[in-house]
Design a protein around this ligand. Structure first.
Ligand code: AMP
Length: 333
């Protein structure tokens, strides 16, 4: 086997005592279920399915399951549709491994709490803890590279082409294809090592970001209806009536949020998508440099410094949330 890049060796060394605990828990349990966060994105899927595939490949006799709500366009196309497991499955001892999520209420299936042991691998800030056996790195660009690091540092085990495909997709998702500030030497080291399995990166990104002609109509709508505040916050909102006209659901409302990245004078950008099913408007917030996670936390959400999510209950709250963002960019007045 080719050598590990230095950044992966160093990361593994820094987390070695936890890795050893996780390896022995994986070895110990014959029944394992891997969890991700609600409203899954590429990194949630990539870290979860990469780990599921890794364990199945290396321990063919273990029963490894994966659960969580499905994404409206990734499930069945980019990643497998989630398994629906009966209550009875969770009544026999099992190991829960929770990837890419910290807050308990954001774990896509609450039955993780029934596990005999719980492991967590994540890069989100979190207020209430679910386990002591955890690798949490708020500076990591993606959970997928953390889970991959755990796997590739396990001597004698292999990370297959398929597992690598999943891990790579998660890294691409949370780094915006290696362009966000969080992208690190470790991120690139993981990408380099993953490519040794023969994954074709253009095929993966084509599969992930494939669009339909109708999607251009959504983009056209957003470009025709966005607003920009005095201090550089761009935002758009999609009421359900508009979503219906555009033939999308609320999960797709944030698809166009990054249209406003790299625009001179725009410091932060966000989307508001109505969901009567969830009785709220989902908000996706992104920024160039400023930490917007505190504003997200104030508005019932959270996340990372430059990519967070929030919720409002009425459209009338949108103005106040946008003002909170705009206030971040008022300079010395
Ligand atoms: P989204 O805008 O939904 O794509 O979310 C952006 C990032 O913020 C993702 O990493 C999410 O996992 C995270 N995030 C979204 N909502 C929350 C929340 N309520 N609490 C913590 N993290 C969140």
């Amino acid at each position: 086997m080719a050598r590990l890049p230095e950044a992966i060796k160093a990361y593994g060394k820094a987390h070695w005592s936890t890795y050893k605990k996780i390896y022995s828990l994986i070895k110990k349990y014959d029944r394992i279920c891997v969890f991700r966060h609600i409203k899954p994105d590429f990194d949630a899927y990539g870290s979860q399915m990469g780990l599921v595939t890794f364990i199945k490949d290396n321990f063919p006799n273990k029963e490894v399951r994966y659960v969580g709500d499905n994404h409206v366009s990734f499930a069945g196309r980019v990643y497998p549709v989630s398994e629906s497991l009966p209550e009875s499955w969770f009544e026999t001892p099992f190991l829960a491994i929770v990837c890419d999520v910290g807050e308990p209420e954001r774990i896509a299936d609450p039955r993780y709490a029934k596990a005999t042991d719980i492991v967590k691998i994540d890069h989100h800030p979190c207020r209430s803890e679910i386990t002591d056996v955890k690798v949490v790195d708020l500076d990591s660009a993606s959970a997928s590279e953390m889970v991959y690091d755990l796997c590739i540092n396990w001597k004698g085990k292999k990370v297959s082409y398929q597992a690598s495909w999943y891990f790579y997709s998660g890294i691409v998702g949370d780094t915006g294809n290696f362009k966000y500030r969080s992208t690190s030497i470790h991120t690139f080291a993981c990408a380099e090592k993953l490519m040794e399995t023969g994954i074709v990166i253009s095929d993966i990104t084509n599969c992930m970001f494939q669009k339909k002609i109708d999607d251009l109509k959504v983009t056209a709508y957003v470009l025709g209806h966005f607003n920009v505040t005095e201090h550089g916050v761009a935002y758009y909102y999609l009421p359900e009536t508009v979503q219906t006209e555009l033939n999308i659901t609320s999960e797709r409302g944030k698809d166009n949020v990054n249209l406003f990245a790299n625009i001179e004078g725009i410091e932060a950008w966000c989307s508001f998508s109505e969901s009567t099913k969830d009785n709220c408007w989902w908000v996706s917030i992104r920024s160039r440099k400023e930490d917007i996670s505190q504003v997200a936390a104030k508005w019932r959400g959270g996340g990372h410094a430059n990519a967070s999510g929030a919720r409002i209950f009425e459209l009338s709250e949108m103005e106040a949330l946008v003002k909170d963002l705009d206030d971040l960019f008022v300079k010395g007045e």
